[in-house]
Write a protein that binds this ligand. Structure first.
Ligand code: ADP
Ligand code: ZN
Length: 191
């Protein structure tokens, strides 16, 4: 896709779980490194699914990333040579991440952010909607619906294998929780 050269901008990669957001972020950042750009990647410190220091996709691709608790910490790890900043799991950051992305882009940095646009209820997730509004470029990815095989744009939360209720607490002690990609027709929210 056509992108500015020597200008800062914000690009966001969104979609449900398993849609390839981390894969796409990793692909963009690796290409930037091949182009000898100065790249720094970040992820929320809470996400330690596989590794504390990498962004890892479900298919196993990975790139080094700095785990941070707050988006403000980005400033501690960049300098005047930084050209590209990658941020994964953007939905877990506070609203301020949007202002920081704008500030970085205004300073000439390419900001590439990936994350969930909707939570398991199908509602806009955290800071992502505002980031989409201010971004120059948005890639909305689809996964494959685990029920019917159509393109999936939502994430189904399952508790002990059954669709979660709208009001189920975020942490359910003793229950097995899982997520899968589903299309509009197959996504179930029990109210
Ligand atoms: P995301 O960051 O959006 O959660 P990842 O980049 O981590 O996605 O993983 C994408 C990979 O997940 C795909 O390339 C594929 O190998 C795998 N995958 C597993 N389940 C699905 C699914 N239902 N739809 C699409 N890809 C899936
Ligand atoms: Zn479906």
């Amino acid at each position: 896709m056509y992108r500015p050269i020597h200008h800062g901008y914000i690009e966001v990669v969104i979609g449900p779980m398993y849609s390839g957001k981390s894969e796409e972020l990793i692909r963009i950042l690796k290409r930037s490194k091949i182009a000898k750009q100065n790249v720094v990647a970040f992820k929320p410190a809470i996400d330690n699914r596989y590794s504390n220091e990498d962004v890892v996709s479900h298919s196993g691709a990975s790139i080094n990333a700095i785990p941070i608790k707050s988006a403000k910490e980005i400033y501690e790890h960049i300098d005047s040579d930084t050209q590209v900043v990658g941020i994964d799991e953007i939905q877990f950051f506070e609203d301020e991440v949007v202002d920081i992305a704008i500030d970085l882009a205004d300073k000439g940095i390419r900001v590439i952010a990936a994350g969930l646009d909707m939570d398991f209820k199908g509602e806009p997730f955290g800071p992502t909607p505002r980031l989409l509004a201010v971004a120059e470029f948005v890639q909305k990815l689809q996964a494959v619906c685990m029920v019917c095989g159509n393109p999936a744009h939502r994430t189904q939360r399952l508790i002990n294998g059954q669709p979660a209720k709208y009001d189920d607490p975020i942490i359910l002690v003793g229950a097995t929780e899982s997520y899968e990609a589903r299309c509009r027709k197959c996504h179930v929210i029990i109210k």
